[in-house]
Design a protein around this ligand. Structure first.
Ligand SMILES: NC(=O)c1ccc[n+]([C@@H]2O[C@H](COP(=O)([O-])OP(=O)(O)OC[C@H]3O[C@@H](n4cnc5c(N)ncnc54)[C@H](OP(=O)(O)O)[C@@H]3O)[C@@H](O)[C@H]2O)c1
Length: 339
């Protein structure tokens, strides 16, 4: 009687509060087509109306769904749910400083329960104390994610703390060694590869059953503009971030069937401890400003807000994307700084 909605979904959305709209194309059999539109929030009633309509008209031709599930909410609670992480569990790697710290605070603010990790026990304890004193539900592990046994132990802890279900995984840990490609030692190359790419991939592997078990999962990778454009002395770091970008696209497709979305966020210079030293050079900083259309550095909170959005139900149709948070740097071709 009716076919798949041509917007790509196989059935109208039966979730409470969603207003379905169906446009029925009724063929007269003489090459003429009339259309009728029906809407409804109650799925059973809606289906009855549509079927009755096509029955009255004794249609032999299939009736097409041209539109369905228009996003309209019956009450404000449904809108609040769309912008809330209440009841969700999250793992954020490297949450004691910089971008990871801001992400932890953003996810807690949206109502998630968070587990985080870092290598330095004293910094981790201080952060955990601050957050729990403020009443936030958070736990943490001392862990160097570049060491396979330690990240396996981390994932066992996460599974036990969250009873085998994880909604959100933020792969934030990353490091940098700035050198011309010809000067890299084998050990330095391995450190960058293992910390940035190996750890990220294996944590994803370990997290997959937990993300799947939660019923609705979201993975966000912290990439970099170095994964798109060449930056001085960053061949190896850029290669790890480029690989993360492609991993994002592949896992998005591979895990879509498990209702797990995968996206990446690619920052340019963000004010954190990682880049303090390089940006302490005034001349270098001026060049960074000159290359950045917004003429300033970014703050960690300007990255964490996008990360949170990519975890919220509000972004439920976004997957496989790499979004730059870069003040326009990655789209800047040639634009003189003085007129
Ligand atoms: N800042 C930027 O300008 C910028 C630009 C583009 C991309 N990014 C990316 O953003 C991410 C975060 O960078 P950030 O600038 O926020 O760094 P950051 O200020 O150095 O903070 C790094 C955090 O990760 C933890 N960490 C580092 N290595 C770890 C390891 N092996 N195992 C576990 N925890 C570890 C650190 O704690 P411990 O030291 O105690 O382990 C700290 O909590 C990285 O992936 C980076 O590549 C940053």
């Amino acid at each position: 009687m009716y076919q798949a909605c041509q917007c790509g979904s196989s059935l109208p959305n039966q979730n409470a509060g969603i207003v379905n709209t169906a446009t029925l194309a009724l063929s007269s059999g003489r090459g003429r087509t009339r259309t009728r539109t029906r809407t409804g929030t109650d799925w059973e009633l809606f289906k009855f109306r549509v079927l009755k309509y096509s029955d009255i008209k004794r249609q032999k031709q299939p009736v097409f769904w041209l539109h369905s599930h228009v996003n309209r909410f019956r009450n404000s609670t449904e809108r609040e749910n769309k912008w809330s992480l209440r009841g969700m569990t999250a793992l954020v790697t490297g949450g004691t400083r910089g971008i990871g710290h801001a992400i932890v605070e953003e996810l807690l603010g949206f109502g998630a329960t968070v587990h985080t990790c870092a290598r330095k026990e004293n910094e981790l304890s201080k952060c955990l104390n601050d957050w729990t004193d403020s009443g936030f539900p958070i736990t943490g592990s001392v862990c160097d994610v570049s060491v396979p046994q330690q990240r396996e132990a981390l994932m066992e802890t996460v599974s036990s703390v969250f009873q085998g279900k994880l909604n959100i995984l933020i792969n934030n840990v990353g490091t940098n060694i700035r050198k011309p490609a010809t000067d890299f030692t084998t050990a330095e190359f391995s450190t960058l590869m293992e910390t940035n790419l190996g750890s990220t991939f294996h944590i994803c592997q370990h997290a997959h059953p937990l993300l799947k078990a939660s019923g609705v999962g979201s993975v966000v990778f912290i990439s970099s503009v170095s994964g798109f454009v060449s930056l001085k002395s960053m061949s190896v770091q850029g290669a790890t971030k480029g690989a993360i970008n492609q991993l994002t696209r592949n896992l998005a497709c591979e895990w879509a069937k498990d209702n797990i979305r995968c996206n990446a966020v690619a920052p340019w210079y963000i004010r954190t401890s990682m880049v303090e030293q390089v940006l302490s050079n005034e001349e270098y900083l001026e060049e960074v400003y000159a290359r950045t259309p917004l003429r300033r550095l970014g703050d960690p909170e300007e990255v964490s807000s996008l990360v949170a959005f990519l975890c919220l139900p509000a972004s439920s149709y976004i997957t496989g994307q790499i979004i730059c948070v870069d003040g326009g740097m990655s789209v800047n071709g040639f634009y003189p700084t003085h007129n």
